[in-house]
Design a protein around this ligand. Structure first.
Ligand SMILES: [Zn+2]
Length: 452
């Protein structure tokens, strides 16, 4: 009984703490580009809507401060520049448990996507040992580590959410920007950058003209009908006098982390077709590029690549055509392969269980060059993917445009066709819904409906 109360309050404290912070920043037009996932990560929740929730929950929080029993609850909020190490240290979690928690959690949660204002909770017993550890990546998704005889067990709690479809239509006008126009037709500020990014991947906007028309279908997810969780562009259409008619459809593999999840034309062509190919089919970043504090040891170090967690044996692909310049082993990188590309840039792949190519071999984009492993200095199976520019300098691989494929094929193409048909149906149904106010800060009326 006590525990149930604890669980409930814990969650509510979290909602409040997270959103007080997030509510401070509502960014509108600041992000663009073709990588929708990256942009979504940068989104902040809308402040005004959340304030009401905060008020109604404040009382509950005060009660929660007086949790009875011999467990104590520590919490800490992610600050700018924090890694999990800093958070865990401030919570006085000992090094051994810290290591177990990080390793256990990073398999399931992308800790590199921690955001300022998010809250971690730890329930410690009277010996100071962590019994529960809790992290919510959104108000509706809670990740929990619970102690048992051998270590920690991960579990995930998903709160019910609602999905909402909205159609936005309009035309460009003389003297107004694309973003301004998207905002004016009622597209929420949090989604404007994403919509604009999708359109700009397909349409050369210097050639867009006043009178050119667009239609957008958005799907957004809400917790308790009002707290925004996420959004995606399901469909974007642009009909321009010069640029012509274009449609983009959001394609989804069954795995939400599939590198194939992106926008394509109806016939399966990627909106960007000349990017590097992802080195893996599944993208689970366990450590991004850049300066970081090691989550377990606390050492500060620059990480010259991206770590992608994946099971041992997962195929690793060449990101572009090239010639193998390194295929070898050392105690830090383990089994490693480097490929030099036509422009003299180089891609590096480390910690492999198996190397599949030798020095001098010519490789094609997406050719399998090895398998994921944990050789060298590594705490678990992952690919360390590095990229040197033509001058030999390590750069952040995520600054390069990366795609899974220039064209969907086979089973995926079949799935896209089904999803296209479903999307067209959703557009019809949404257009037939009654017009409602697009959002709290506008009088623009749009067609909107909840699905499920
Ligand atoms: Zn690495």
């Amino acid at each position: 009984m006590k525990l149930q109360f604890f669980e409930k309050i814990w969650f509510e404290v979290l909602v409040i703490r997270c959103f007080i912070k997030l509510a401070l920043a509502l960014c509108v037009f600041s992000f663009m580009g073709c990588n929708e996932e990256e942009q979504i990560l940068k989104l902040q929740a809308e402040g005004a809507i959340i304030q009401a929730k905060i008020d109604s929950l404040t009382q509950a929080v005060e009660k929660a401060q007086q949790i009875p029993g011999n467990w104590t609850v520590e919490n800490d909020t992610v600050r700018a520049g924090d890694g999990l190490f800093q958070v865990l240290s401030r919570m006085h979690i000992n090094e051994k448990e810290r290591g177990k928690l990080v390793l256990g959690m990073q398999d399931s949660v992308e800790l590199s996507k921690m955001r300022v204002g998010q809250v971690f909770f730890a329930a410690l017993d009277s010996n100071g040992s962590v019994q529960r550890f809790r992290y919510a990546t959104s108000p509706a998704t809670i990740h929990m580590m619970s102690k048992n005889d051998t270590g920690y067990v991960y579990s995930r709690i998903e709160k019910p959410v609602t999905h909402r479809m909205s159609v936005f239509e309009g035309a460009l006008t003389e003297g107004s920007t694309l973003n301004g126009t998207l905002f004016r037709v009622g597209i929420p500020g949090r989604m404007v950058g994403i919509v604009s990014g999708v359109l700009q991947c397909k349409v050369a906007f210097p050639l867009a003209r006043a009178g050119d028309k667009f239609r957008i279908l958005l799907e957004e997810t809400f917790y308790q009908d009002s707290i925004w969780i996420s959004g995606k562009v399901v469909y974007a259409e642009f009909d321009g006098k010069i640029v012509g008619h274009h449609e983009a459809f959001r394609y989804e593999d069954p795995d939400p982390k599939s590198s194939f999840n992106a926008h394509y034309t109806e016939s399966g062509e990627a909106l960007v077709y000349d990017g590097l190919r992802y080195p893996l089919d599944r993208l689970h970043v366990t450590s991004p590029f850049g300066t970081r504090v090691h989550p377990i040891t606390g050492q500060r170090k620059t990480h010259y690549g991206i770590d992608y967690g994946n099971p041992t044996g997962t195929p690793i692909y060449a990101v572009a055509e090239g010639v193998v310049t390194v295929s070898g082993y050392d105690e830090f990188s383990g089994n490693k392969v480097a490929i030099r590309h036509r422009d003299n840039s180089e891609s590096w792949y480390m910690h492999m269980s198996v190397r599949g190519v030798s020095v001098g071999a010519k490789v094609a984009p997406r050719q399998v060059i090895g398998r994921v492993g944990s050789t060298g200095r590594s705490t678990g199976p992952h690919l360390h993917f590095g990229f040197k520019n033509e001058k030999g300098v390590w750069i952040n691989p995520s600054s390069k445009t990366m795609i899974a494929t220039p064209k969907l094929e086979g089973e995926r193409l079949g799935r896209l066709k089904q999803q296209v048909a479903e999307t067209r149906k959703q557009i019809e149904l949404t257009l037939a819904a009654p017009a409602v106010k697009a959002n709290d800060s506008t009088d623009v009326m749009v067609r909107m409906r909840n699905i499920d």
